[in-house]
Design a protein around this ligand. Structure first.
Ligand code: IPE
Ligand code: MG
Length: 231
C-alpha cells in the first residue's frame, strides 16, 4: 500500500493525512476482495524498515492502527472476515497488541475472507525466524537435517498454513518487493500501478484481478502442460 505520503504532498497536506485517506482504500479492498471470491488478502501496513521514519509519523501510524481496529472490527466480524496479524508484534505497544489479540480472538472462527495484516513485518526477518525454528528442532533432536524440506521450512513462516499469494499488487509506482513476503511470493504474478494508494479504486482493483486472470501459470512446465487460470 504505497503512495500515501506523495498523495498528501500533492494536496499540500501533512503525510499523516495520506495515511488516513488510505484507510478507506483498505476498506474498499477488503470489501471487493470478499465480493470477488478472494480467499486470502494480506496487507503490508508497516514494514520493519518503517520504524526509521520520523517519530511523529510512526506514532500517527500506530494511532491509526488502533483507531482502525476500534472502528472496523465489528463490521469485519459481521462480514465473516477472519483477521490475523503477522510481523514482529512484540515491537508494538501493549495497547495495540491487546487490540490485535482481541480482534483475532473475536474473528477466529469466521469462515469468510482471511485478512492478514503485516505490521513491523520484513520478509527476511520472517525467513530468519523460520530458520531459527528449524535449527532449534534439529538441536533438540526432534528433526533431522535430511528431513528438512520446503514443507518443514514453511511451518515456521508467519503465513504457515496459508497458500502462497497468487497475485501481488503494489501501488505508488515503484517496481520492487521491498522485503514483503519473500519466500511466499516465489510464483506470484506481479501487478504494479502508478496509482497512489489513497486513489486506488475499485476499477484499479478489478484491473489487477483481470491481469491475473489473463495469465497462464506454468510453474516451470511448458504451456501445453498446463491450463489457463480459471477466474
Ligand atoms: C505507504 O505510503 C504507507 C506506509 C508505509 C505505512 P508511504 O508513506 O510510503 O507513501 P510515499 O511513498 O511517501 O508516497
Ligand atoms: Mg513509500
Amino acid at each position: 500500500m504505497d503512495g500515501n505520503g506523495r498523495w498528501a504532498r500533492s494536496k499540500s497536506k501533512p503525510r499523516h493525512s495520506g495515511h488516513r485517506a488510505g484507510v478507506k482504500t483498505v476498506r474498499m479492498s477488503v470489501e471487493k476482495a470478499a465480493e470477488r471470491g478472494v480467499e486470502h488478502l494480506t496487507l503490508f501496513a508497516f514494514s520493519s524498515e518503517n520504524w526509521a521514519r520520523p517519530e511523529e509519523e510512526v506514532s500517527r501510524l500506530m494511532g491509526l492502527f488502533v483507531e482502525a481496529l476500534r472502528r472496523e472490527v465489528a463490521e469485519l466480524h459481521r462480514n465473516n472476515v477472519r483477521l490475523r496479524f503477522i510481523g514482529a508484534l512484540e515491537q508494538l505497544s501493549s495497547g495495540l497488541r491487546e487490540k490485535i489479540a482481541k480482534a483475532e480472538a473475536k474473528t477466529a472462527s469466521n469462515t469468510g475472507l482471511q485478512l492478514n495484516v503485516a505490521i513491523a513485518y520484513g520478509g527476511r526477518w520472517d525467513i530468519l525466524v523460520a530458520a531459527k525454528g528449524l535449527a532449534k528442532r534439529i538441536a533438540d533432536g526432534s528433526l533431522r537435517i535430511d528431513e528438512v524440506d520446503e514443507r518443514e521450512f514453511t511451518v515456521g513462516l508467519q503465513l504457515s498454513g496459508t497458500p502462497d499469494p497468487d497475485l501481488l499488487i503494489r501501488t505508488g509506482g515503484e517496481q520492487r518487493i521491498s522485503n514483503f513476503l519473500l519466500w511466499n511470493l516465489a510464483y506470484a504474478e506481479l501487478w504494479f500501478t502508478d496509482v497512489l494508494w489513497p486513489d486506488f479504486d475499485v476499477r484499479d482493483f478489478d484491473a489487477a484481478l483481470e491481469h491475473f486472470c489473463s495469465k497462464q501459470r506454468r510453474y516451470g512446465h511448458t504451456g501445453d502442460q498446463v491450463e489457463a487460470v480459471q477466474c
